[in-house]
Design a protein around this ligand. Structure first.
Ligand code: FAD
Ligand code: FES
Length: 276
């Protein structure tokens, strides 16, 4: 069947069932959708804000038992601003879930997240910690300041207080500095089977370089402009890959192939390569 005719790609209309304010710029929206409730950590959905736009957002939680799905969204432009104005009961549309997911089979994992990238990683940490032979998870999250540091409590619960680390650029919580610096120190101190990372791409690049030096595997979730989300339009190209279809989670061997672009180049809405 053609990719655009699948049930996953069909736009479903649903209503917002809850809105939670996470920070001055970030809110979590929950809605019901049976298909998206099956999403795995790392997958994303296309959220249609009627009359405005359709945008890709990672799933930050999903529960098949009651068909609920959550997305955690930072207000940065027209569509995200309009979504932030939505209240319980308001109508939105959804397609997906799309893309691949984190593998989640490591015995000892380091999670490194920045900004809203912390959201899908928290979903991953919850799933890892709920497995029968739960993995050891150490998490490092970073933000500009304490107010923008997302999901502290959820991550402490999933990883254990002793395995939770945070950085803020202004030193208002945890270590003063950026997540990649603290992650490098942890990678120097102990062995991890894998690093799961999501957030600003310059942070992902640093994590990839630190991990590569030590031969530690990486899975990184990347963002690019998306339109179709099913591998047709080409707007999400990075190197030889389409982020919507081949990603959004990329493994070490793939990251090595896009090293020249990672953290340096992205594409604008016209498909032109522009620096980050
Ligand atoms: C796979 C994936 C997962 C994402 N997950 C999240 C998430 O969990 N939470 C979150 O807050 N944001 C997430 N984003 C980013 C989110 O899609 C953009 O912030 C949103 O599309 C911006 O729309 P806007 O109209 O508010 O901003 P605009 O005014 O359109 O743009 C503001 C900036 O956002 C970037 N941007 C705009 N549209 C897109 C797009 N379709 N894809 C990627 N970047 C874009 C552009 O570089 C632009 O400079 C994700 C993006 C991708 C590709
Ligand atoms: S968004 Fe169209 S090919 Fe990826």
């Amino acid at each position: 069947m053609s990719a655009w005719l699948t049930a996953t790609n069909k736009l479903r209309i649903t209503r917002v069932t809850s809105v939670r304010t996470e920070s001055p710029t970030v809110k979590t929206f929950t809605f019901k959708d049976r298909r998206c409730a099956k999403a795995k950590p790392g997958q994303f959905v296309m959220i249609w804000i009627p009359g405005v736009d359709e945008i890709p957002i990672s799933v930050s939680d999903a529960n098949e038992a009651d068909s609920t799905v959550s997305v955690t969204v930072k207000k940065i432009g027209e569509a995200t601003r309009a979504l932030h104005d939505k209240k319980v009961g308001d109508v939105i549309g959804v397609r997906g879930p799309f893309g691949n997911s984190f593998t989640l089979n490591a015995k000892k994992a380091l999670i490194v997240g920045g900004g809203t990238g912390i959201a899908p990683l928290t979903f991953a940490a919850k799933r890892l910690s709920s497995k029968r032979n739960a993995s050891k998870i150490v998490s490092v999250i970073g933000a500009k300041n304490i107010k923008e540091l997302l999901f502290k409590d959820e991550l402490k619960k999933a990883c254990g207080e002793e395995n939770f680390f945070a950085t803020t650029e202004d030193g208002s919580y945890g270590f003063k500095g950026v997540a990649s610096t603290l992650a490098e120190q942890l990678l120097n101190k102990e062995h991890f089977d894998i690093v799961y990372t999501c957030g600003p791409e310059h942070m992902i690049r640093k994590i990839f370089e630190h991990a590569e030096k030590r031969g530690t595997l990486v899975e990184a979730s990347l963002e690019r402009i998306m339109r179709c989300a099913i591998g047709i339009c080409g707007s999400c190209l990075v190197g030889e890959y389409r982020v919507c279809k081949d990603g959004p989670v990329f493994k070490t061997e793939q990251l090595q192939k896009i090293k020249d672009e990672l953290g340096f180049w992205k594409r604008d809405f016209d498909g032109k390569k522009i620096p980050f």
